[in-house]
Structure formats: C-alpha cells, structure tokens
Design a protein around this ligand. Structure first.
Ligand SMILES: *Cc1c(COP(=O)(O)O)cnc(C)c1O
Length: 454
C-alpha cells in the first residue's frame, strides 16, 4: 500500500491516544509511518531517519532492534509464548523475580505482575488499602497524591492524578483523594530558594496528616521527577523526609517508578538516591527495554505477611490478575535486559553520558526564553518562558512546543516537547557524539521558533 493510502486508513479506522482527532485534518499533524528502528534511530517509510529522543514514550533503553533482545524473544517464542499464571509458572518469571529482589537488596521481597504502568499503580492502591483493612484499619481508605502528578490513565490511576487537562473531567467517576503541593522547585509553591530549601512544601503533606492520618492509607509519588506533569524535578531529600513523615503517621509510601525505574535516573530505582525504602514500588517503562508490555508492583515482606493466611477463600486473598499476568515472552526479554544491563555495568556506563548531557545543556543557558534547565540522570528538561524575570509561561495556544517539534523533525530528531518543556529522554546507548548532535538540533529548533534577535 502506498503512503497516502496507509495514512488515510490509519485516520479512518484508528482512534489515537491523547489526540484531538479533528486535528489530524491538518497535514502537519498526520502520523509518520515508521518502517524500522535501529539503535537510537527510527526510520520512516520515506527513508527519513530520526533520533528517538523520547525513547518511544520513555520505554526504550537499549535502542531499537537490539540483537540480544531479539534473540531472547525468538528463543522464548519457540518454547512457550504464554501460559495461565494460576496454578502454573515458568522459568523466565522465576529467574527475573529472583534477580530483581536481589538487585533491590532484599529490602522489598514480593513481585506482583501486570502489563502496564497504570495497572501496576492500580495493584499498588488496592494492595495498600487491603493491607490497612487487614491491619484493622478499614477507615484508612484515602490516598494523598501530589499536584501535577501522573500515574496512568485507568480510573484508579486517574483518581491520584493531578494534571487538570487530563484528569479534571473524570472527577465524578473518581475516588476521593487529598492533594498536596507539587515540589516544583523552579516555581516553588512556598516561594523558597532552591539553595536553602528545607522541603517546606512537605508541610502540605503533614498538614493533611495532622487532620486526617487515621483515614489515610498511603501517599503515592513519582520519585525525583514528576514526568508527565512537565519534567518537574525535585531533590532526593524530599523523599528522605517524606519517608520519615510516613513512618510518623503510619501511612504507606507508594513509589511510582514507572518512568524512573530501570536506571533512568542513573540507579535502578530513583528512591535509592534518597537512601530510603518505600513500602511499595511500581515499575514498568524500561523493564523490557521497550520491547514488551510488562509491569511489576513490588512490596515489602510486612505487607505480604498481612495477606498470608490459612483461610484460602477469605478476604485476605489479593483478588487481582490479568489475562497476561507474567507473560512469558515479556519476562524472557525482561530477564535478558537485566543480564545485559549487568554486563554493561550500567551505573558506570551512564555516568559519562549524564555528564555529557549536563555539559551540552550549557548552550541553552543564555537564550532569552530559557527559564529553567534541569537534569536528573538521563533526563534533561528545558522550560521555556515568555519572560525570564517574571517566569511568565507561554500560553498553550502559542503552541511553542509543537513548533519546536516540527522543526526538530525536519532536522532528524523526535523532540515531542511537553507544554513549554523541551526534554531529552533518550535510549541509554546514545553516544557522546550523538548527544552533541541531538542537543544541537534542539538548540537550532529553539532558535528557529524563538529567534534571539526578537
Ligand atoms: C507512564 C506512566 C504511568 C502509566 O504507565 P502506562 O504503561 O502508560 O500505563 C504511570 N506512572 C508514571 C509515573 C508514568 O510515567
């Protein structure tokens, strides 16, 4: 089929995610047909190549069409592609679970499987609530979540979401939560200075708990980076202090590592930077290096023990599962991924790349519309503003992000900014030369859309 026909059919038959479908009438918004991928590059049907600077929605870590992952998938497909995960099990899931718990230093000990980040969060919320019930606290049924947070698009995950554009409309369908301030350092809700801050925004968490701790099951956070909220970044000490608060008021700390997990921040999980252990960790993106849908909800032995009982039909069972729970094809790739990362000595491997990004970000510093430059491990973000002094944001209608995206495409990079944020979240295998190339493209695209002369 030719390209024109393919796109016509795509638009005719498919309802795209996060997309006002009518906007596809505009030629500039037509989807690009990707034919193949290799390493950090995607190639479209016309042979144009693009740096995948968004890791195909934050999931790809080892590049496209990785030889070893391809092989692992092929090997497993010849053994068993899927089997019911009740009463049966298989080697990839056993080996992966054991490896993961060991990598987490046996601090969290039980791995529950589902197949995307949103469901990993649903599992965590249900487990947390049921844990409180089992501990004799059925009244602990509310969660605290943060403004600007994103935990997925299923109803429970939307309930704890804090981005009005995505979440507000569904409010009548959602369960009640308590919302605390977003640790948005660049636009600090407490008007604190980043250098002297003592995480005063955490007072908003404690204020809720002083009033209502007896009704709160737990708090859910995105560690270090509120990603979909606009790559909002905050320091590890926030998480360290939050752990103390959770202990003081006896609530669970649910750590949504869906975007940060599997070394995105430079460590296996972002919570390690804060030297604490959460009660529940959710992870998904990156777990199979971007190959297969898979997610985990990992809990403490303490939570698991509360469910452990002789009464097999009683309310202590965790009633949750999916058709594709512990999908063998996905687990085989996840396992191979862990082996590759281990052999690469991934933490050491990432250090020079993180430093290179940091150096290349310097070139954005003097641009008149660059309000903030931030970085956490392998994520960099540049927040654009209309006015540097007042930090006045561009209006959504200005479509600055969109314009930069289109310029980026012409130069061979998929930048896909969020609101007024340009960000880099690339596969880990990007070379230092490619980091230069990518940041150069972004810099040129920025200057094209917002020329320094104006
Ligand atoms: C992407 C994301 C999710 C949702 O994961 P899906 O696999 O898209 O359902 C949840 N939490 C965070 C922090 C995310 O970035």
């Amino acid at each position: 089929m030719n390209k024109k026909q393919l796109i016509e059919d795509d638009i005719k038959y498919i309802w795209r995610p996060f997309t006002q479908m009518k906007s596809l009438e505009n030629d500039l918004n037509k989807p690009i047909i990707i034919k193949r991928g290799k390493g950090i590059y995607l190639e479209d049907i016309d042979g144009n190549k693009y740096i995948d600077a968004v890791s195909s929605w934050w999931v790809n870590t080892l590049g496209h069409s990785n030889k070893r992952l391809n092989k692992a998938l092929e090997r497993q497909s010849k053994k068993i592609e899927h089997v019911i995960f009740a009463g049966f099990t298989h080697e990839p899931v056993i080996e992966f679970s054991k490896k993961l718990v060991k990598l987490m230093n046996n601090k969290l000990t039980k791995v529950f499987y589902s197949d995307n980040g949103s469901t990993a969060v649903e599992v965590a919320l249900k487990m947390a609530y049921q844990y409180q019930v089992l501990k004799g606290h059925p009244e602990k049924k509310k969660f605290i979540a943060l403004k600007n947070s994103y935990h997925g698009d299923t109803i429970g995950a939307v309930s704890v979401g804090g981005i009005d554009m995505y979440h507000k409309l569904y409010k009548p369908l959602l369960f009640e939560i308590r919302q605390a301030l977003s640790p948005y350092c660049y636009r600090c809700p407490m008007k604190c200075d980043k250098n002297t801050c003592k995480c005063e925004c955490l007072n908003s968490v404690e204020d809720i708990l002083k009033e209502e701790a007896s009704q709160i099951a737990g708090i859910i956070i995105e560690p270090l980076v509120q990603a979909a909220g606009g790559m909002i970044m905050y320091p590890p000490k926030y998480i360290t202090k939050l752990r103390e608060i959770c202990d003081k008021y006896n609530i669970l700390l649910i750590d949504d590592e869906v975007a940060m997990g599997f070394y995105r921040t430079g460590k296996l999980f972002a919570y390690e930077h804060a030297d604490i252990v959460p009660d529940i960790v959710c992870a998904a993106k990156g777990i199979t290096a971007g190959y297969m849908p898979l997610s985990v909800t990992v809990t403490s032995q303490e939570i698991f023990n509360a469910f452990y009982d002789d009464d097999i039909d009683g309310y202590k069972t965790f009633y949750h599962g999916h058709s594709y729970t512990a999908y063998p094809l996905a687990l085989s790739v996840a396992l191979e991924n862990l082996k590759i990362l281990e052999e690469m000595k991934i933490e050491e491997y990432l250090k020079p790349k993180i430093a290179k990004f940091s150096k290349e970000l310097e070139k954005f510093k003097n641009h008149k519309n660059v309000g903030d430059i931030r970085q956490t491990g392998m994520i960099c973000a540049i927040e654009l503003v209309k006015d540097k002094e007042t930090k006045e944001p561009f209006a959504y209608e200005d479509g600055i992000g969109k314009k930069i995206y289109l310029e980026g495409l012409k130069m061979g990079a998929i930048l896909r900014p969020m609101w007024n944020c340009i960000y880099f979240l690339t596969p880990y295998i990007i070379t230092e030369k490619e980091i230069e190339k990518l940041t150069d493209i972004a810099y040129k695209a920025l200057n094209k859309v917002l020329p320094m002369g104006d």
